[in-house]
Design a protein around this ligand. Sequence first.
Ligand code: MRU
Length: 366
Amino acid sequence: MKSAPQPLRPIWLDETNGDVNVIDQRSLPHELVVLELQNVDDTIYAIQEMVVRGAPLIGITAAYGVYLAVKTAPYGAAEDYLLTECNRIKAARPTAVNLQWAVDRVRSEIADLPHDDRLGAARRMAGIIAEEEAENCRLIGRHGMRLIESISQQKNGEPVNILTHCNAGWLATIAYGTATAPIYTAHDLGIDVHVWVDETRPLNQGARLTAWELGRHGVSHAVITDNAGGHLMQHGMVDIVIVGTDRTTYTGDVANKIGTYLKALAARDNGVPFYVALPSSTFDWTMRDGVAEIPIEERDPDEIRYIQGHTEDGLRTVLVPPADSPTANFAFDVTPARLVTGFITERGVCAATEDAVRALFPDRTV
Ligand code: MRU
């Protein structure tokens, strides 16, 4: 098995041979498995089967997928070969807008270049996207930390209780994470934080991935059932909710892992601030109405029927409902802007309104 470089990242390029390596997130937290992506089919498989997942990481992987398309193109491939391969990558998963954004960015970088220059340029651009996303997440951490710091001051240094959903950590991005970046930054500055981690059925990204990340970083946390958040909020046990997003309209509607909307409703009912942390690559500058327009992925019903866990014989999968009960697996939901207290972006914190988003990103086209 390949080993991963330190500090650990979910994707990296082997500079010696140009291979793209990823952590197989399906095996975490119990096994650290590294897979190599050799071509576009491997890239699509990794995104669809959630070897890699989380909107920014899906985008970075897709960017490297374009590089692999150029690398493995048949000799003398026609001009539309690349377009077809890019479209195949873009169709791998529907909700995370970073996927299309990243593919288009690499493709437009190389489109007008002579054939021999394309491979190096695609590889360079994929690397630039990865490093930009890492820096964006670092800045999200700086800006979001101030929110946590201010709550800590109001509580005279008592622990700040933060609830998060799914995994919007470094595994879902490239470094720091989005929702976790303010948490890591606050923790590293000595602010006392405690994180309630929604388990996030059906694939348990919270219980498996967020809990693993926070534990490795030494952040106090507890895994809770997906339905516990409302109870905790009613009893004053949540000071702030911070989640990530897969696509956010420029008007402020937020698509994120299924169940996020219910947390936002509970937060509003209990006066708990509800923040969404995102890099600008996750804004959709074309959609106005998130509930009506954002495509919601429906995944394999078996993800609900079966649950994976660790036994003394290794990873095992078991059936939960009656074998003949049908299931429906909606992977995301949309939280309307009116329920969102604010966005934490690389350029600062703003209200979840069209005016505030435009004011922070006047250079982005709507
Ligand atoms: O289905 P997933 O695991 O790709 O969904 C991921 C999420 O919903 C994350 O919260 C979102 O992508 C933000 S990641 C920084």
